[in-house]
Design a protein around this ligand. Sequence first.
Ligand code: ZN
Length: 198
Amino acid sequence: MITAIGDVLRRCYDRGWITSRDGNCSLRRARSIYLSITPSGWRKTIIHPEHMIKIRIKDGKMEVSPGTKPSGELHMHFLLTKGMSKTRAVVHVHATNVVAAIYRGFDLQKICAEFPEIYRYTRIGPTVPTLPAVSTELGEATARALGVTDTNPAGDFDIVGQANHGVCSMAPDPWSAYEHVERLDHICEIVLKSGVSP
Ligand SMILES: [Zn+2]
């Protein structure tokens, strides 16, 4: 599954959803004391298992090993995996059509309600407002939008858009998280191409 992280990010790069050093992905296996996350600033086209950074979770807090440089969005990934008893993968990329649809003023939940190829498989949460990248505010607002709380670590949704930025999705494995992004981007592309106004 760790190998899949590099494969997913390469696919995201090929689709134009990230530039070389953007995007991040994490995996925390069921009951593991480690969260594995992509390194900061690394070219995502050459991510392989040995590049992943293992963060030890102790007493509900992260222990980042000195000398390592995990993704700047580590806090967001931590919040989305911290109370989980099952394996969880989190993907954050800048899916072009999703960001464009939000920018144009579309409500993602509303447009997705019209297309069964997404609502049958992917639950879309409310869009996260514009917030600075790599901020704790962005991590917290993303967790809130996904319905993730201390009492509901699994959350209520699979993916949310983040205004002027990207998307964040979560699933039991990296490729399933990728598929949520793919479905949402596809619907946004269709809606934008239709020419309708928000
Ligand atoms: Zn980002």
